[in-house]
Design a protein around this ligand. Structure first.
Ligand SMILES: *Cc1c(COP(=O)(O)O)cnc(C)c1O
Length: 354
């Protein structure tokens, strides 16, 4: 019998959520579909792609569009098949077997997954009780454990909290490790380090088109780093990692700046409204749950009844994310938020009478 090795033996395929639910607030996607005018351009572009040819290995056009969108040099940018692929590439390339990679938990679960596949040693640093990051603790542990790479999201998925830019700078400057700063949600906040990435020889910033840009279907992410690191990333990625359709459509989407700015405003407004309604609900049902500040397009709740509430929402056709004693809820359309809040009130009332 063929024997599977240890690192893959117990893995199971990623399944975000089983079953089909009319209201999906579980994956932090944008609730806004791309506008009709843009869809028409996409259709025309898609009809004219040279499907018999391999894609551009350096994704030059979409990289230029991304760089222009954020006002940085394209020489600092590497395109990936989602930032997920870039996390995988970074782990495989920058870790030797047994090298320590630090995560700051709770955080995005894929970091540990890819580090383990790369045969890295995962070092865990906790957060404070209020789920904020203690930068001094991170620096001390990085030194003590001889950490080669630190990966974290800012703002953070799942906590929705942001670490102020000055603290991130201090962290990067205080460690020898490569710092992978995942800014997947930074379009919703204003503390990006994109503009100063060239000042650091140990910083890689990740961005994605899957959240604020509203294009999760494209699988398009970007790594931004100074030229020495960028050269490595381009050298170690697989040659045709971003397909021609995603390159072409991504180029069009990133050119729609007005629409993107408007979409971002609407998403942030939705999250603020959701947060305000939840605060009111928390006041109505004291002790039922508490809410974290949010710098993202989702909210994060702490509750002793997380599991039962999660199931209650599913029974009502609403998918959210359950994480231990916490719930994560993506800001949706007005109607989706309203349905979620109605269901929440009903579940909390049921809990009172139970
Ligand atoms: C959603 C998300 C991503 C995006 O991944 P893609 O592969 O680009 O879709 C990356 N990091 C975090 C923390 C996320 O929540």
């Amino acid at each position: 019998m063929y024997e599977l090795n240890e690192k893959i033996r117990d893995l199971v395929p990623y399944e975000p959520i089983a079953g089909s639910y009319p209201i999906r607030l579980d994956a932090n996607e944008s609730f806004l579909p791309l506008p009709d005018g843009l869809r028409a351009k996409i259709a025309e572009t898609a009809a004219n792609i040279a499907y018999n040819r391999y894609p551009d290995p350096l994704s030059a056009d979409v990289t230029a569009a991304f760089a222009a969108y954020y006002g940085i040099s394209p020489d600092l940018v590497t395109a990936g098949n989602g930032s997920d692929e870039l996390i995988s590439i970074l782990s495989t390339a920058f870790l030797m077997k047994g090298d320590a990679m630090m995560v700051i938990l709770p955080d995005f679960s894929m970091y540990q997954f890819y580090a383990s596949l790369a045969e890295g040693r995962v070092v865990v640093c906790g957060k404070r009780d209020d789920l904020t990051i203690d930068v001094d603790a991170v620096i001390a542990k990085a030194k003590a454990e001889n950490v080669r790479m630190i990966v974290f999201s800012n703002p953070c998925n799942p906590t929705s909290l942001g670490l102020p830019r000055e603290e991130v700078r201090r962290l990067i400057r205080s460690v020898d490790a490569l710092v992978v700063l995942d800014e997947a949600y930074m379009d919703f906040w204003d503390q990006s380090l994109l503009g100063e990435v060239e000042e650091y020889d140990n910083l890689v910033i990740l961005r994605t088109c899957s959240k604020a840009i509203g294009s999760a279907a494209l699988r398009l992410g970007f790594a931004v780093a100074q030229p020495r690191l960028t050269r490595v990333l381009r050298a170690v990625k697989s040659p045709y990692n971003v397909n021609s359709l995603s390159q072409a459509i991504g180029t069009l989407v990133l050119a729609e700046r007005e629409w993107e700015a408007d979409a971002r405003e609407r998403i942030v407004a939705s999250r603020k409204a959701l947060q305000a309604s939840l605060e009111a609900l928390a006041a109505e049902f004291p002790g039922a749950f508490s809410l974290y500040d949010s710098c993202t397009n989702f909210v994060f709740l702490k509750t002793d009844r997380a599991k039962e509430l999660f199931q209650g929402f599913l029974d009502r056709g609403i998918a959210i994310r359950y994480m231990g004693g916490f719930l994560r809820v993506t800001a949706g359309s007005e109607a989706e938020n309203a349905a979620f809040l109605d269901a929440f009130r009903a579940l909390l009332r049921e809990g009172e009478t139970a």
